[in-house]
Design a protein around this ligand. Structure first.
Ligand code: ASP
Ligand code: MG
Length: 407
């Protein structure tokens, strides 16, 4: 055998039985070339969203343990069907749940982290000549309860397996050709990138470019696992996510993206005293809420407004926590704004070039898009704008940086 290849098929690549057969054919074609195959699958199509919707019809805040019990069923359907499809092609395959292959996680239901994994069962099956199929997105905590790894968590399963199995490559199959300079549905001139660094991909993913789960890229980076994001519907090369190369720095900006999944929360008229920000954000962190951008205004009155953004999906939880804190610290109440989008540019070239922010703000100004909040990191600049301005903003920035032209 030539070594192990890990492939992951996302929901769109197994959305119906035809696509499942298509995935099976691809798996078998690699097998014929002499690779040991370990295949991770997501739930069929929009199954996970549909399951979430079902739960919402019953309650806004389901107990998270039960949520995991529910959501993990999606992947169990797809692994069985893919195994059957491979059998039909005359090859031996066996499907496993996360529990069966010993994926152990912490207890943080709905966004659990993998803390250990055994590869024995998979290796035994491979030795017997089987194609191994593993349910993505799920694991089990030390109390033997089923957990899930956060939305898009099948990527995490795939990357983690690639690591423990020392796979040659981790292929991520989706319904687009790879990673683009912008969402091609929004920007007609968006261009597919041949290569992108882990850091850039990490930023793009956490900024809402829904190609791969951000956490999985952190793991890939840590262990230097080469990832190939590509389409399950064509034979074309996709985008390689790899270590940063010198040449990558010559490109100022690699991509522009918009995230509409966040809301802005403002705690109004917080007394301007040392220690309050710490108190507020410690309480929020304890509630397991991920805060993204934070701004606080200079206070001239002894009180200050404190704004931050959180995932819209956490808003119910945020409301409860923020209102309690507001009372406790003697603030004047909490305001929410769901009508926002975070538009960002990303590129490792920013480390060595200046003027990117000015150029981005210029593009927004020309289109009369108002900026609500700004944040920057070493390789990223983000602006909060009105949701309805997001597409226009992304298009303008894409054009300004000439991202459609091959560099
Ligand atoms: N089915 C899960 C989700 O939709 C996991 C995944 O697709 O990676 O989030
Ligand atoms: Mg999915």
């Amino acid at each position: 055998m030539k070594g192990i290849v890990v492939q992951k098929y996302g929901g769109t690549s197994v959305k119906d039985t035809r696509r499942i057969m298509n995935a099976a054919c691809r798996v078998v074609s690699y097998r014929k070339k002499g690779y040991d195959m370990v295949v991770v699958v997501s739930a069929l199509g929009d199954t996970t969203d549909e399951l979430i919707e079902l739960s919402r019809q019953i309650t806004e805040e389901p107990v998270e343990r039960e949520m995991d019990m529910l959501l993990s069923t999606g992947e169990q359907i797809s692994i069985a069907l893919l195994a059957m499809a491979i059998h039909k092609l005359g090859y031996d395959a066996i499907s496993f749940t996360g529990t069966q292959v010993g994926i152990v996680t912490d207890t943080s239901h709905t966004k659990a982290r993998i803390i250990g994994m055994s590869s024995d069962r998979i290796k035994r099956a491979l030795k017997k000549g089987k194609i191994v199929i593993v349910a993505g997105f799920q694991g089990q905590n030390q109390e033997q309860d089923i957990t899930t790894l956060g939305r898009g968590g099948s990527d995490m399963t795939a990357v983690a397996l690639a690591k423990v199995l020392r796979a040659k490559v981790c292929e991520i199959y989706t319904d687009v050709d790879g990673v683009y300079t912008a969402d091609p549905r929004v920007v007609s001139g968006a261009r597919k990138l041949d290569k992108i660094s882990y850091d850039e991909m990490l930023e793009l993913a956490s900024l809402g470019a829904q190609v791969m789960q951000a956490r999985s890229i952190e793991v890939a980076k840590k262990f230097n696992i080469p990832i190939h994001v590509r389409s399950s519907l064509s034979g074309k090369e996709g985008t390689w996510i790899t270590k940063e190369e010198r040449k990558m720095e010559e490109v100022l900006v690699s991509g522009v993206t918009a995230n509409k999944g966040e809301a802005k929360v403002t705690i109004c008229a917080v007394p301007d005293k040392p220690g309050l920000a710490s108190k507020i954000f410690t309480t929020i962190a304890k509630a397991d809420i991920n805060v993204d951008m934070i701004i606080q205004n200079v206070s001239r009155t002894g009180r200050t407004d404190l704004s931050f953004t959180v995932p819209t999906s956490d808003l119910a939880k945020v409301r409860r926590v923020a209102e309690a804190i507001s009372k406790k610290v003697g603030a004047k109440g909490v305001m929410y704004d769901k009508d926002i989008a975070k538009v960002s540019v990303v590129g490792v070239g920013m480390r060595s070039h200046t003027g990117v922010a000015a150029k981005m703000f210029g593009a927004l100004a020309e289109k009369k898009v108002n900026i609500g909040m700004i944040s920057t990191s070493e390789i990223k600049i983000s602006c909060v704008v009105k949701k309805s301005h997001a597409a226009k903003a992304v298009q303008a920035i894409h054009k300004k940086f000439q991202l459609g032209k091959k560099k």
